[in-house]
Design a binder for this molecule. Structure first.
Ligand code: ZN
Length: 160
C-alpha cells in the first residue's frame, strides 16, 4: 500500500512486445492488403477497423513503422494525437454519442496485439454496460467499413 511519503519502486523491465512479420498495418498503408482508409496523411493515417469495438471505430496509426509510443518522434506523437482528436470529432458529429473512448496499448501485458502503434477511437456506451466490446467481435465487411469511412469523412475536420 502506498501513501504520503512512500517510495514507489519502478522496475526497469523491458516491455514484452507482440511479434508480427510482416506488419499488417504497414501492409494496409502500402496498399498490399485491403483496408478502409479514412485519411492517409504524411505522418498519420486513420483506418476504419473491421473489428468494430464501438460504433465508428477508427485506428490512428503513424505512417512509419513504430512499435510503441516510446518509438515516436515528437512530431509524430503530436500529429497522432491531433489526428485522433479529429477522428473523435468526426465520430461525435456523425453519430451524436453520449461518450467517446480514446485508448492505446503498449506491450502484450496491456493487450497490444499488433507491433505498430495504434490509437483506438470509437463511441463508448454502444454495448450493454457502456464499455468497449472486448474479445472476439463480429468482423465487418469492407463494404461496411467503407460506408463508415464515408460517413466519418463528411465530418472529419481538415488537418491544421
Ligand atoms: Zn508497421
Amino acid at each position: 500500500m502506498t501513501g504520503a511519503g512512500s517510495v514507489i519502486t519502478v522496475h526497469a523491465v523491458p516491455l514484452v512486445l507482440p511479434v508480427e512479420d510482416p506488419c499488417s498495418f504497414c501492409a494496409y498503408l502500402a496498399g498490399q492488403r485491403r483496408y478502409s482508409v479514412l485519411e492517409h496523411g504524411s505522418l498519420t493515417a486513420l483506418l476504419v477497423t473491421i473489428e468494430q469495438r464501438g460504433l465508428g471505430h477508427v485506428l490512428a496509426v503513424p505512417v512509419e513503422h513504430r512499435v510503441t509510443v516510446f518509438d515516436l518522434t515528437r512530431a509524430e506523437a503530436a500529429d497522432l494525437m491531433d489526428a485522433s482528436i479529429r477522428a473523435a470529432t468526426a465520430i461525435r458529429d456523425a453519430y451524436d454519442p453520449e461518450g467517446i473512448a480514446v485508448w492505446q496499448n503498449n506491450g502484450t501485458a496491456a493487450n497490444q496485439s499488433i507491433p505498430h502503434v495504434h490509437v483506438h477511437v470509437h463511441i463508448a456506451g454502444t454495448v450493454p454496460g457502456g464499455e468497449t466490446r472486448w474479445g472476439d467481435v463480429p468482423r465487418q465487411t469492407f463494404d461496411q467499413t467503407d460506408e463508415i469511412a464515408q460517413t466519418l469523412r463528411r465530418h472529419l475536420p481538415p488537418p491544421e
